[in-house]
Write a protein that binds this ligand. Sequence first.
Ligand SMILES: NC(=O)c1ccc[n+]([C@@H]2O[C@H](COP(=O)([O-])OP(=O)(O)OC[C@H]3O[C@@H](n4cnc5c(N)ncnc54)[C@H](O)[C@@H]3O)[C@@H](O)[C@H]2O)c1
Length: 273
Amino acid sequence: MLDLRGKIAFVTGAGSVGDDPDATIWGNGKATAVLLARQGAKVFGVDLRQEAADVTKAIIEREGGTCATRSVDMTNAKQVEAAVEHCVGQFGSIDILVNNVGGSAPGSAVTMPEEVWDSQLDHNLKTAFLGCKYVIPVMEKQGKGAIVNLASIAGLSMSADRAHIAYSTTKLGLFAFSKSTAITYAAQGIRCNTVVPGLMHTALVEHRLAKTIGANDLQGLIDRRNAQCPTGEMGNAWDIAHAVLFLASDEARYITGTEIIVDGGLTTARSNV
Ligand SMILES: NC(=O)c1ccc[n+]([C@@H]2O[C@H](COP(=O)([O-])OP(=O)(O)OC[C@H]3O[C@@H](n4cnc5c(N)ncnc54)[C@H](O)[C@@H]3O)[C@@H](O)[C@H]2O)c1
């Protein structure tokens, strides 16, 4: 089940904010890279910060897996193209692409500076576009491949007290991006789906949100996020990684152009009020 032996996985944002090698709370890309490697895939992990990707590589290698890394800005076409060539040169193919890079910036249509709007579109949409632009031709030659894009429930459910208009817009845009890609390449054996995380207890919460929206009160922030979830607690990066693993695996061979929402029922609960 969910056997990825013989497959090559290209994972973007394979590091995690907070690079402490002993950290137990990880980002989604890091957990995904490690889980895919545990299932037998050889992982090519790219990250803006080589040192973050190398922490992931060390974990995978310590567990007996195979991982290569490269410092790549996923918003830069030349760097993405070179990374894809590097991966194919080293491992011979790309069977799985996980477009994990993304993140939010606060602001409404009025308060968000134009340059932040532009950089959010690059960070959340162009990164997936460039990943697909250079990896899909490799998958077309192989006649198979699985792509998983990481969105967010911020694209489905808005909060009146915390606008991040570009994040909500781009993350919902990824639904259409995935569906369009899925239908265009379905006949070539390439699948494309979206994983939609809810409120997750990831490294982001510990290292960034505690400062930006948590007034430096990490436990208070965790308590507030847990209280919003119907299950009483946030999910974590492993919950996302398992959804990515399923969609990337051959068991999901007939699933394309759709989403898995991993939010403990949060969007359903919100839509019922
Ligand atoms: N953490 C959450 O609670 C949460 C919730 C909903 C959705 N998501 C989505 O999950 C994905 C991963 O989020 P996370 O919080 O786990 O990630 P993260 O913030 O821990 O970042 C993962 C890695 O991406 C790298 N990165 C940033 N910009 C990059 C670029 N331009 N090119 C290459 N690498 C880059 C960072 O260096 C970092 O190591 C994102 O798309 C995010 O929007 C996360």
